[in-house]
Design a protein. Structure first.
Length: 255
């Protein structure tokens, strides 16, 4: 499989050039949201030239046990790796997965699971402590926000304010504009602040031909779409989530 587009360090966040994926006792669940329509993986080399920007990828956490990263790298285009959750949870497989995914040459990014009862800036600091300035990832950081994140009753305005505080801290430190991972139903109910639309959307919705994009992202659309949660891939012993990437006004690909 060629890496002519999804090569190491090939995905850079547009950042200033643009106009406007818990506690230690109860680790959060893997990325998952509404609804499965498995689609066959098409290696980039088999895609028409004008669609080479597209790719299929996975998200990986301790739920996938020990991953054979060289094997997986030959079967997919990118990966998001779970790093942390809340204020004190570290995915036990993150150190290994982060090193091994880099060694495999597979472009990857890290994600944090958000909890509303924990201070968002402190959560951002905790997440960033798992990374280093010389390796924030080939893909931008991800904030995973979904129904499991809600630990108290919040208005959409209060929740969106918390999310923005996390996003802004991570962006200020890394220089990369983070991605928001969420489910279609959750987003429609809670993610309503137009300030969120500058952040690319990773939308989870299964058993549909195309995901239902929340109103505030109507212009930009989704950047990543998690379309399945029960696929099988070489190098992974368990079922794995599958996501599609497409070009976005908020993402610059450097060839």
């Amino acid at each position: 499989m060629t890496k002519s587009v999804f090569s190491a360090s090939a995905l850079l966040w547009a950042g200033s050039h643009l106009m406007g994926c818990a506690t230690a006792e109860a680790p959060p669940p893997p990325l998952a949201s509404e609804g499965t329509t498995p689609a066959p993986h098409t290696p980039e080399s088999a895609l028409p030239r004008d669609t080479l920007y597209e790719g299929i990828g996975v998200d990986i956490s301790h739920h996938q046990d020990t991953v054979d990263w060289p094997l997986l790298a030959g079967a997919t285009d990118f990966a998001f790796v779970k790093a942390s959750g809340g204020l004190d949870y570290t995915d036990p497989m993150f150190p290994h997965n982060w090193r091994a995914s880099a060694a495999s040459g597979l472009p990857r990014g890290a994600y944090h699971f958000f909890y509303t009862n924990d201070d968002p800036v402190q959560q951002a600091i905790w997440f960033l402590s798992h990374l280093s300035s010389d390796d924030w990832g080939d893909l931008p950081p991800v904030l995973d926000i979904e129904s499991h994140s809600l630990q108290s009753d919040l208005t959409p305005e209060d929740l969106d304010g918390q999310i923005l505080r996390w996003l802004r801290r991570v962006e200020a430190v890394t220089g990369q504009r983070p991605i928001i991972y969420t489910g279609a139903n959750f987003a429609a109910q809670y993610l309503t602040d137009t300030l969120l639309q500058r952040y690319p959307l990773w939308l989870a919705q299964y058993e549909v031909d195309t995901p239902r994009v929340p109103e505030i992202w109507a212009q930009n659309g989704w950047t990543f779409w998690q379309f399945s949660s029960n696929d099988s891939l070489p190098g992974v012993r368990t079922q794995v989530d599958h996501s599609r990437y497409r070009a976005s006004p908020t993402l610059t690909i450097v060839h």
